[in-house]
Design a protein around this ligand. Structure first.
Ligand code: G3P
Ligand code: CA
Length: 484
């Protein structure tokens, strides 16, 4: 059974032996064959037959290199291994994606794999997956040396938040993708190989090749525009998501209208159109996690002392009042019990150091890991909770974003940066997106600032007046629909 692509000599010692949906390339090193990617399990026979049709013996495949661990690049490996005694290579970070075979070697970044006349440089280019590798090697054709190159994982759908959530991948893959593209731009490539045919128009170029004296695959002008397109595609994913999944967080609930951090405020926020709730967590003297903002209870109760100086029962004696409306202190567990099942995102701010494990345990107990982000102005608190519960998403609230801030966030694996609303511009949002960070400003004092933040393409914001933000978002969506 042959596939939907005819196997052919692409350039020099490189042969195409894959299918339209998943490319595979064979390199004839003069001392054995190297196969790059094995396609789907269902098309392993196609590869084997393509190799034979080109006049090669599949048993001569000595090395199998995998660009990354996804099934469409590794699925055929068990079958090909049955036919060859080949040694396999993949990144250790992508082993979690494979099944049915055990790799012989893990790549090192910058490693050169040599066989016969070919030396393949393996470059770590994470983003599409954690362990995506790209390949570069020289090819001699008619006494001239050309550089062949392949980006091992160009697809950007894998940068979507929903995908990253579902597959339990780090949001940092978003930032790593841009870094990888930058790295790839440093390479000169004359023969651009795609690990999917649509990357380098394999089919169209093959057809062109049949009727032309020149080889369309040898074209040094193709590589950089492709990488620029990859970059644009990744930016587009983030921009689209910043609109499609924008989070209007009712800040301490709808705190402009109702007593902050109370059920009245949370429900009001939700009914006003918020799709997120922001709240603050502290621990009482008797060890209960409660939702309370200030260091002391004075502003809301008139009494002296901190939350941690009072038991829950003592705090329950107080009534909070805003605009003539009243309500009582809320326990974090009661809040989660009532809101966990709703389609709402939570921004849970740690207001006391040392209570991180208890907060994480509560998030786990109510299974809201995927829709909660834990934030704090205290960098050590978000680091502590990430260390305790790596699956949780964390964000840093900060009054001053520097290069060090971003470096720290990347180092601790944070997903979100929360700058002051007045500091946010479209340019800064774009930069933080490229670092792989979700952007969620705070301190939105008025509607003008609210509009400015939304228009900066941030991913969310906290507002005391979620009704006004919900209205603005609706209006913008209508404008977008009418005028594009
Ligand atoms: O949106 C985060 C915001 O809540 C940070 O400020 O003082 O209201 O907790 P604060
Ligand atoms: Ca807060």
């Amino acid at each position: 059974m042959l596939g939907d692509m005819k196997p052919f000599n692409l350039a020099g010692n490189i042969y195409f032996v894959g299918t339209y949906k998943a490319s595979s390339h064979l390199i004839d090193t003069g001392d054995g064959l190297i196969l790059i990617d094995t396609g789907y399990a269902e098309t392993a026979d196609v590869i084997a037959e393509s190799v034979a049709e080109l006049g090669f013996d599949i048993r001569d495949v000595k090395y199998i290199l995998h660009s990354h661990g996804h099934y469409d690049h590794t699925g055929g490996t068990p079958k090909i291994l049955e036919l060859t005694g080949a040694k396999t290579f993949i990144s250790e970070d992508d082993v979690k994606y494979i099944s049915g075979w055990k790799p012989d070697h893990f790549y090192r970044d910058g490693q050169v794999i040599s066989l016969g006349n070919t030396q393949i440089l393996c470059v770590a280019t994470p983003g599409h997956t954690e362990g995506t590798f790209s390949f570069f090697f020289d090819v001699d054709i008619d006494g001239k040396t050309y550089r062949a190159g392949m980006f091992g994982g160009a697809g950007t759908n894998q940068l979507k938040k929903a995908y990253l959530h579902k597959k339990k991948c780090s949001w940092l893959n978003r930032g790593l993708y841009f870094e990888s593209v930058e790295r790839l731009k440093q390479e000169h490539v004359d023969i651009f190989l795609g690990n999917h045919t649509w990357n380098n128009q394999t089919k169209e170029n093959y057809e062109r090749m049949l009727v032309s004296d020149t080889n369309p695959f040898i074209d040094e002008t193709k590589w950089l525009p492709f990488l620029q397109k990859c970059e644009k595609d990744a930016e587009a994913v983030m921009l689209k998501e910043s609109r499609d999944s924008f989070v209007n967080y009712a800040h301490r609930g709808a705190s402009e209208y109702t007593p902050e951090n109370t059920f009245l405020a949370f429900y009001t926020g939700m009914y006003m159109g918020a799709n997120g709730i922001e709240t603050d967590v502290q621990m009482t003297k008797d060890g209960v996690l409660v939702l309370f903002h200030d260091d002391t209870i004075t502003r809301l109760t008139g009494a002296e002392g901190r939350v941690s100086d009072y038991t829950l029962d003592e705090l329950r004696q107080y009534t909070f009042e805003t605009n003539g409306q009243t309500d009582k202190i809320v326990v974090l567990e009661d809040f989660l019990r009532q809101f966990a099942f709703r389609d709402i995102t939570f921004a849970i701010e740690i207001k006391q150091a040392g209570i991180e494990p208890q907060i994480a345990d509560m998030i786990r107990k109510y299974h809201v890991e995927d829709k909660a982000i834990v934030t704090s102005f205290m960098p050590e608190c978000i680091r502590a909770i990430k260390e305790y519960a790596p699956e949780l998403h964390i964000g840093l609230l900060t009054k001053n974003v520097t290069d060090d801030t971003v470096a720290y966030l990347k180092q601790i694996g944070a997903e979100e940066i929360c700058p002051r609303a007045v500091d946010v511009t479209p340019e800064k949002t774009a930069i933080w997106h490229r670092e792989g960070l979700n952007v969620r400003p705070w301190g939105v004092k008025n509607e003008e600032l609210m509009r400015q933040v939304y228009d900066s393409m941030a991913d969310g914001m906290t507002v005391n007046f979620p009704d006004k933000l919900a209205k603005y978002i609706r209006e913008q969506a209508e404008i977008q629909e009418l005028f594009g």
